[in-house]
Ligand binder design. Structure first.
Ligand code: GUN
Length: 324
């Protein structure tokens, strides 16, 4: 009986040891890519540059944002951008029009911003109401003030690796990879989604001859066959499709780097707001398989905002595209 009791204790002791060991192994293996922390560091660097600009010539970078309509998520994002400007010492201007603003009215605002020498850069928060042609609006932005990097001139320059404004979300992801010293050369990067804001520019940035870059890139989209198989081949998986928890554990290779761009409001009555934020990746089941993973929120989102600030700083210094 005594021997039986000792064996029982030994058995439970070993079980607990294994459990702890598994947990230690888990936490050593998987690392969170902390967008909040990285963005805070970069904001500190930007704030220092602003302080010396102000000291040298009294100039503060000035970012303007145009918001059309009452989309809750867009209002939150624009609010966060304005707040970030304050944090680093930028001047900011918000122009908020109602959803019945006409295309011509918006074009007039764009022309005013193009000609306002006090504004270094500006953005038009997307999506725009359906009656406005966003391509027409984005093409009217002066490329030298296009801190979102959405103008064809900036996208063309990005493709050719010429100095330009990089779109904020892909630039933020590249910066995160860089700051965490994640090797990318020769890796297979699979991008879920081909949007003009994320998937398409992400493809250009990950395949270019640069560090981070030099990946073999596969872009997976709504018409792709064998999506799960393609995802499983990824050393670096970037999910940008806006579908809550689309990426499951069985779609991810052991040791992969997973970047979650999705930030979707999912109804949740237990929350004061009535929703919770959800990524494109089923974090709880995917994270244990990863070497690195971004959380939602607190991963890509803050990096997007800080990239917009970096672009605005460049615009204010006026040195990203040679003057002609
Ligand atoms: N909507 C979603 N992402 C973005 C972005 O990066 N810039 C703008 N202007 N609108 C967005």
């Amino acid at each position: 009986m005594v021997v039986h009791g000792i064996l029982r204790k030994l058995f439970f002791y070993l079980c607990i040891r294994c459990h702890i060991a598994h947990q230690i192994n888990f936490s050593v293996k998987m690392q969170i890519l902390d967008g909040n922390l990285t963005a805070r560091t970069i904001k500190g660097e930007i704030a220092q540059e602003v302080a010396s600009m102000v000291e040298q010539n009294g100039k503060r970078p000035h970012l303007a944002a145009i918001l059309v309509g009452e989309n809750g998520a867009s209002m939150t994002y624009v609010g966060a951008k304005v707040k970030a400007c304050e944090e680093v010492g930028f001047t900011s201007t918000l122009v908020h029009k109602s959803s019945n603003c006409t295309e011509q009215e918006l074009l007039d605002i764009v022309h005013t911003m193009n000609n306002d020498s006090e504004i270094d850069g500006y953005i038009i928060q997307l999506p725009l109401p359906a009656h406005i042609d966003d391509k027409k609006i984005l093409q009217a932005v002066n490329p030298k003030k296009d801190v979102d990097g959405f103008h064809p001139e900036n996208i063309g320059r990005m493709a050719l690796q010429l100095p330009c404004f990089l779109p904020a979300t892909p630039a933020g992801i590249v910066t995160l990879l860089e700051r965490y010293n994640i090797p990318t050369t020769g890796k297979h990067c699979v991008i879920l989604g081909r949007s003009h804001i994320v998937g398409m520019p992400m493809n250009l940035l990950m395949q270019r001859n640069a560090q981070p870059g030099n990946c073999t890139v596969t872009v997976v989209h709504s018409k792709s066959h064998g999506v799960a198989d393609l995802c499983r081949q990824a050393d670096i998986l970037i999910a940008a499709i806006g579908q809550p928890e689309f990426v499951k554990a069985d779609m991810v290779k052991e040791g992969a780097v997973v970047i979650d761009v999705g930030i979707i409001r999912v109804p949740d009555n237990s929350k004061k707001t009535g929703f919770r934020l959800c990524g494109d990746v089923a974090f709880d089941e995917v994270a244990p398989k990863c070497s690195f993973i971004t959380p939602v929120p607190g991963g890509v989102g803050p990096m997007t905002i800080v990239s917009l600030l970096s672009n605005t700083l460049l615009a204010a210094k006026n040195n990203f595209i040679p003057k002609n």
